[in-house]
Ligand binder design. Structure first.
Ligand SMILES: Cc1ncc(COP(=O)(O)O)c(C=O)c1O
Length: 392
């Protein structure tokens, strides 16, 4: 049996959808991107949705539109995909890392306020693996210090907090449609915002800073004249082929999310008796989107002193599973320990103990909507067998 970490779900509707732009010949950002954006707004209840080429470019546009500049500081979690911090670096500003809560893998709100100083301009909470960060206190602190908030909602499609969808709390929210996410357009991203000026500016920045879109120009009178370019923009557009794909994935979204949730809850039940594995937590008032099913391997209380040893055993378990045909992954990485940040800022893992523990002890199990009961039972039994086989 071969069980990948995830599988895209494409049916005949997706196959047909991607052909439509090819038939009309209009393949750059156009009507299907617009349709996808409208569906995304309808689902998330965001005021506006702006599609981009991926989530990293969505984040980059957001911080550029908010005026991030050299000398500024932005608080980001110490356990996240490296893009969250990278976009701050792109602007010549400095990411300030905040440690995480080991139960949720999200920003530890109790550590946030201490990191704020006169250079701090914003905070970028990440809704990791489909669980929202604790947005109420984050928004309160942001308001108190007049900070903007960009939600890194790359993993958070289908994630809700106190009745609101991820990406609708901060100034912007940024989503990813990479194939490891619940719905996919190959590569793809989306910005959500309730600010009209950020919507207008983001639409322009994704398109070289243009004052109107190619489609608008091509369908208007005097389309031979170029748009105005008053901003330093980028080419971060989504193609209409991806828009058509995203639009059909949106039509399937309820089913995809329901299946992911059903399977995640089945894992919860199957693994409940394992004292050495913490399954994903879902606090009161949260709906988990289950972009990934990420557990914490903790055969004993993890500390900086024993983490290397526990990590060796986690990796040995993952290796055995790989040999059995079961793909697993570490949850994500701790940017504070990647060469670029560690070298540039002289960061040490001990400064971010929980991020360090999460990097070395997180364990993502396979999850995809078409996963069968037999596959899931096989993961469960092989995981148990691998734990036993690595006992010393
Ligand atoms: C938390 C987080 N932020 C940003 C990204 C970047 O998304 P993309 O690959 O669409 O640029 C990812 C992708 O995995 C992510 O997990």
């Amino acid at each position: 049996m071969k069980i990948p970490i995830t599988k895209t779900f494409f049916g005949p509707e997706e196959m047909a959808a991607v052909q439509k732009p090819l038939e009309t010949g209009w393949v750059v950002q156009g009507p299907y991107v617009k349709k996808f954006e409208d569906q995304f707004s309808a689902y998330t209840k965001a005021q506006a949705s702006i599609a981009t080429s991926n989530c990293t470019t969505a984040l980059h546009i957001s911080v550029a539109a908010l005026g991030l500049k050299p000398g500024d500081e932005v608080i980001v979690p110490s356990f996240t995909w490296v893009s969250t911090a990278n976009v701050v670096e792109y602007m010549g500003a400095t990411p300030i890392f905040c440690d995480i809560d080991l139960h949720t893998f999200n920003l530890d709100v109790t550590k946030l306020e201490n990191l704020i100083n006169e250079r701090t301009v914003g905070v970028m909470p990440v809704h990791l693996f489909g669980l929202c960060a604790d947005m109420q206190p984050i928004m309160e602190i942001a308001k108190k210090y007049q900070l903007w908030v960009v939600e890194d909602a790359a993993c958070a499609f289908g994630a809700w907090y106190q009745g609101k969808h991820a990406g609708t709390f901060g100034d912007t929210g940024c989503f990813s449609f990479h194939p490891r996410k619940s719905i996919t357009t190959g590569e793809g991203g989306m910005i959500t915002t309730a600010h009209t000026y950020l919507e207008t500016l983001s639409r322009s920045l994704r398109d070289h800073g243009a004052s109107r879109t190619d489609l608008a120009r091509h369908t208007a009178k005097a389309g031979f004249l170029l748009a105005e370019y008053n901003h330093l923009g980028y080419n971060y557009r989504m193609t209409d082929i991806q828009g058509a794909l995203g639009s059909v994935q949106m039509e399937r979204a309820e089913w995809i999310l329901a299946e992911r949730t059903r399977l995640a809850q089945r894992y919860d039940a199957l693994l409940a008796d394992l004292a050495w594995l913490a399954t994903p937590c879902v606090p009161e008032g949260y709906v988990h989107g289950y972009q990934a099913y990420v557990c914490l391997f903790h055969p004993e209380e993890p500390t900086l002193a024993n983490v290397e040893r526990l990590n060796e055993r986690r990796n040995a378990i993952m290796m055995i599973l790989e040999e059995k045909g079961i793909a697993t992954r570490q949850g994500t990485h701790a940017p504070v320990t990647v060469g670029y940040y560690a070298n540039k800022y002289g960061l040490k893992p001990e400064q971010f103990p929980n991020a360090h523990l999460a990097e070395l002890l997180s364990l993502a199990l396979p999850l995809y909507p078409q996963m069968t009961q037999e596959e899931q039972d096989f993961v469960n039994s092989e995981l148990r067998a691998a734990f036993k086989a690595t006992a010393t």
